[in-house]
Design a protein around this ligand. Structure first.
Ligand SMILES: C[S@@+](CC[C@H](N)C(=O)[O-])C[C@H]1O[C@@H](n2cnc3c(N)ncnc32)[C@H](O)[C@@H]1O
Length: 202
């Protein structure tokens, strides 16, 4: 679909996100769910243009994305943040070949782009990449009971082909993480996008 293709251009994607209120979402997400990242080892899988970095204190940050144009845009935009690096790779390929441990792994608005098999492979790798007390934090669009037709429509037109029901996300997360806490919000953007946020530990 034309609308989906055009969003692959980084500047158009960022402008669309700006209009939708993604900045507000990122700020609330950082302050209420991530907290201070000073000095932490942070891995962001499917980082896109690494928008969240705008709100980060100095840390050891690695962003990974499949799309080379998004990675180039992030490298250019955050060239002054010498503590941040960006790698162009599939998340599962990266996770398979990575032997580091992280305090925090982020995966925002990515899980609804990948199939259950890919999510399960990824969660398996994430478990091995997290430090014992590390956190895995994600958010994605979600279908919930009692949504209005407009809220449902917003999920239907999403570029991700795997927007799931609340219970399906919970089941997937509980299969791989011992501590699973989640929050459903629809007040984080300028339109009532329903989002599910997970804060997990091994
Ligand atoms: C909706 S964007 C989210 C970007 C960013 N995390 C954010 O919250 O703004 C989804 C991103 O996931 C990336 N992605 C999807 N599947 C991927 C995969 N298998 N490996 C790496 N990146 C992937 C896409 O290239 C895209 O940048």
């Amino acid at each position: 679909m034309f609308f989906r293709r055009i969003l692959e251009v980084p500047i158009i994607y960022d402008t669309f996100q700006f209009i939708m209120g993604a900045k507000k979402r990122q700020r609330i997400f950082k302050n209420e769910y991530i907290g201070d990242v000073s000095g932490l080892r942070v891995l962001e899988l499917g980082c896109g243009t690494s928008d969240i970095l705008e709100y980060f204190e100095e840390c050891d940050y690695t962003g990974v994305d499949l799309d080379k144009d998004y990675i180039k845009a992030a490298q250019k935009r955050f060239k002054d943040k010498k503590w941040a690096k960006f790698i162009c790779s599939d998340v599962n390929e990266f996770a398979k070949n990575c032997h580091e441990k992280y305090d925090l792994i982020l995966m925002t608005a990515v899980i609804h782009h990948i199939s259950d098999i890919e999510v399960e492979n990824c969660f398996n790798s994430i478990r091995s990449l997290l430090k014992e007390d590390g956190r895995f934090i994600s958010f994605d669009g979600v279908y919930r009971e009692g949504m209005s037709w407009f809220e449902k429509f917003l999920n239907d037109i999403d570029r991700g082909q795997f927007v799931r029901k609340e219970s399906e996300y919970v089941e997937l997360n509980k299969k791989y993480f011992g501590t699973v806490t989640y929050f459903c919000r629809k007040d984080l953007m300028n339109l009532p996008f329903n989002i599910i946020i997970f804060v997990n530990k091994i």
